[in-house]
Design a protein around this ligand. Structure first.
Ligand SMILES: Nc1ncnc2c1ncn2[C@@H]1O[C@H](COP(=O)(O)OP(=O)(O)OP(=O)(O)O)[C@@H](O)[C@H]1O
Ligand SMILES: [Mg+2]
Length: 279
């Protein structure tokens, strides 16, 4: 298994933070986060996943690991941040987030300072942080998304996923003043299907909101991915040559390689400050 991974390179820059989100549930956020993280690690990136789905945190299960502690233990002062981070694969670490993430908005100044000091030690350790969110437009989801440098919205093939994605973009724009979104389509038939769905969203969004959507690719519906999920495997590892495995590899490369000229909102420190409502 080791030859599968390149040795990690040291990161001189700041951590790129990318949230993976959707309006509607079940479009494939957690699957994409877990598979993309693994793929990025294969390319020598050091990846941290933040499981931000408070109701159904399941990233650890996808990697066949059971995490013992969450951010809640950190917020309650029972553990340090470094103690809750678990290595789920070579080059991939996980912060089991859960409910505790949302207590961050209400912690006292002393704990905030203490936690930010701990976050400071993580800066530079990771090239990328991928944040898996719950679906929808709850405040918690909005905080996670607007704290991230890049917001990646997943669309599914059904009309409800499109209208719910539009609602999410609208609320993120109106409440958090977000203007730029990356869009990927999952479980679609092919690229024509993906572009058709993207265009429908882009047309409405550009007509009614002052936002920019960037299409970053598609992953076709693939029974291999579903099979892999059922047997607690990740398709980029168990079936790298499958259609979904190949597509995810391409998107992961794009997402981790793409560097904004404007590095605003970047970095671990910025992300956690936003989550604590101090930035
Ligand atoms: N490209 C794909 N082809 C086939 N099945 C897929 C694909 N992507 C995801 N799935 C399947 O869809 C189901 C839902 O995926 P996943 O749990 O990743 O979605 P989610 O968006 O995280 O859901 P939730 O909103 O509940 O958190 C899983 O069974 C997964 O295996
Ligand atoms: Mg999920």
């Amino acid at each position: 298994m080791n030859s599968f991974y390149y040795s990690p390179t040291h990161n001189q820059g700041i951590t790129k933070t990318i949230s993976v989100t959707s309006g509607k549930g079940g479009v494939g956020k957690s699957s994409m986060v877990a598979n993309m993280a693994l793929q990025m690690a294969r390319e020598g990136k050091r990846v941290l996943i933040l499981d931000g789905d408070w109701g159904m945190a399941n990233i650890d299960i996808m990697f066949g690991v059971r995490s013992r502690y969450t951010v809640e233990d950190v917020v309650k002062g029972r553990k340090e941040l470094k103690d809750v981070i678990v290595e789920v694969a070579p080059g991939v670490d996980l912060i089991p987030g859960g409910q505790g993430l949302y207590d961050l908005q209400h912690i006292d100044t002393l704990m905030r300072r203490y936690l930010l000091d701990q976050v400071g030690t993580l800066e530079g350790l990771y090239d990328v942080m991928l944040i898996d969110t719950a679906p929808g437009i709850a405040d918690n989801v909005l905080y996670l998304n607007s704290a991230a440098q890049e917001i990646c919205i997943i669309l599914g093939p059904d009309p409800a996923s499109l209208t719910d994605a539009y609602s999410l973009i609208k609320v993120l724009h109106q409440k958090q003043r977000e203007t730029r979104f990356s869009i990927m389509c999952n479980q679609v038939t092919d690229e024509i299907d993906a572009l058709r769905i993207f265009k429908r969203l882009d047309d409405v969004a550009s007509q009614f909101l002052c936002v920019r959507l960037k299409y970053i690719g598609f992953v076709p519906f693939d029974p291999e991915l579903r099979k892999a999920t059922k047997s607690q495997q990740l398709v980029v590892l168990s079936r790298p040559m499958s259609v979904s495995g190949q597509a995810i590899q391409g998107i992961a490369q794009k997402l981790s390689g793409f560097r904004e000229l404007r590095e605003s909102k970047g970095g671990m420190q910025f992300f956690w400050e936003q989550m604590m409502g101090v930035a």
